[in-house]
Design a protein around this ligand. Structure first.
Ligand code: S3P
Length: 177
């Protein structure tokens, strides 16, 4: 049995955080953001977690916080872009509920992620190539667990929220509830 959560997955910069906030507000549902939960656990920002403890520890905690989200409650779950790297996380996300995959064109993603330096994986000599490579290796992982995929390239945050809600409401499993 799958839960009643609305789960957002997708690459960095696809709009998960903003859409998650808008959706939780509109639906008056609690919001769980795995990045925020990991940051709260360690008491330091993600860049510092990666620099001081390493990516492996970040990933361990990311899986652990995901397991803490109960599938009994209706809620909005926002995830970090790399959460799909572990198969067990994909299963856990599908157990929680409807999985919406947000994506955008590579140039749009690059433009969005370039505005901030809060993403340790993109602090490379050539971030554009890094974005391209990571997007290529992860695309299939997102699609494998998604119930719906939404292109956010030309949408505002509110439009993304509308599109996610529309996909959720029209999904066959939701209609059967
Ligand atoms: C990551 C994405 C980030 C954050 C961490 C690693 C990734 O979250 O979890 O920097 O591996 O794609 P966002 O997708 O919210 O940027």
């Amino acid at each position: 049995m799958r839960g009643r959560a609305l789960v957002l997955i997708g690459f960095m910069g696809c709009g998960k955080s903003a859409a998650g906030r808008a959706l939780a507000h509109r639906l008056r549902l609690p919001r769980f953001d795995t990045d925020e939960m990991v940051v709260a656990h360690f008491g330091m920002p993600i860049t510092q977690i990666f620099a001081q403890l390493g990516e492996a520890q970040f990933r361990e905690r990311e899986s652990a916080v995901l397991q803490k989200i109960s599938s009994d409650q209706e809620c909005v779950v926002v995830t970090g872009g790399g959460i799909v790297l572990r198969r067990e996380n994909g299963n856990a996300l599908r157990r929680l509920g409807f999985v919406a995959h947000l994506f955008a064109r590579e140039d749009v993603i690059f433009d969005r992620v370039s505005r901030r330096s809060t993403r340790p994986l993109l602090q490379t000599a050539n971030p554009r190539t890094t974005v391209m490579k990571l997007m290529q290796t992860r695309a299939a992982l997102y699609r494998a667990i998604a119930d719906a995929s939404i292109d956010t390239s030309d949408l505002t945050h509110a439009q993304v929220a509308d599109a996610v809600l529309d996909a959720w409401q029209h999904h066959p499993e939701t209609a059967a509830l």
